[in-house]
Design a protein around this ligand. Structure first.
Ligand code: SF4
Length: 151
């Protein structure tokens, strides 16, 4: 399972397949990471710096994080893609495209404009498609090499 949790500043990614439940996160910041709740991560309950510090101590790297850089991610099922928009201008700065097949959603392309590379945007785009597929119980097949690496 892939999930992304966001506050104003940062995105926390969680990959359940890597988590071996060492509970470093729960010990480090129990207000935010509470496995008895759904969703189990509540980004509103601590400052970003503290969340970031806690995530950095995850021994399995099931938890990772990235600054948002005022870029938002939106999912469009009709267009079969997630898109990244920069700031108030809503300039599109990246996208992750998939196509539907009998076997699931096939991620075929992920791209971020050069001026926004290295900001974690591509990972947010891929996680958005994976999350939406998983919520619909649809398998994700990453053909795009970047998506395959992330997932
Ligand atoms: S610290 Fe990482 S490995 Fe441990 S429970 Fe949290 S997410 Fe899982």
């Amino acid at each position: 399972m892939h999930r992304a949790y966001e506050n104003e500043d940062i995105t926390v990614f969680w990959d359940s397949e890597k988590c071996f439940h060492a509970k470093e996160c729960v010990r480090g910041c129990p207000e935010v990471f509470d496995i008895t709740k759904r969703p189990w991560i509540d980004m509103s309950r601590a400052e970003s710096a503290r969340i970031w510090q806690t995530v950095s101590r995850c021994p399995s790297k099931a938890l990772t994080c990235a600054y948002k850089h005022e870029v938002s991610i939106e999912f469009d099922e009709a267009a079969k893609r997630s898109t990244a928009y920069a700031g108030d201008s809503r300039e599109p700065v990246g996208e992750c495209d998939y196509r539907e097949s009998e076997d699931g959603w096939v991620i075929v392309h992920t791209e971020v404009s050069p001026g926004h590379a290295g900001k974690g945007i591509a990972k947010r785009l891929v996680f958005k498609v994976a999350e939406e597929a998983e919520k619909r119980k649809i398998p994700v097949i990453p053909v795009c090499s970047y998506a395959a690496k992330v997932l």
